[in-house]
Design a protein around this ligand. Sequence first.
Ligand code: ZN
Length: 138
Amino acid sequence: METYEKLLEEAYGRIKKVGGNLKRFEIPKVEGHFEGKKTIITNFSQIASIFRRNPEHLQKFLLKEIAASGQREGDRLVLNIKVSSAKINQKIEEYAQEFVICKECKKPDTELIREPHNRVTFIHCLACGAKHSVRSKI
Ligand SMILES: [Zn+2]
């Protein structure tokens, strides 16, 4: 038979878990398919807007990381080679860790600020105010 303390602990554990899930940012997963030798990411614009980033920035990062050429067609991104969704998702996650998620509070409510004079780019967190420099060139 379970003790009252144990029951309390379990209930508290559940509450904490729910709260934790609400706080944690879900990195979006790509949706897409192959067309011949091409990979079509159908929710590309959506991912960029969840990140609140310029789609061109995300596109440039992905193409370079995957070492593929590609172009946007409407809301879709077309890669000119076959790439597994697992690999693209991994790159999307790396992008999020580097250019979207605040290193201090782990929230995604950030903006990229480019300072043209010293060619430095910062992530500025709108939630906690932290500022971190990131790669300017990708
Ligand atoms: Zn923050």
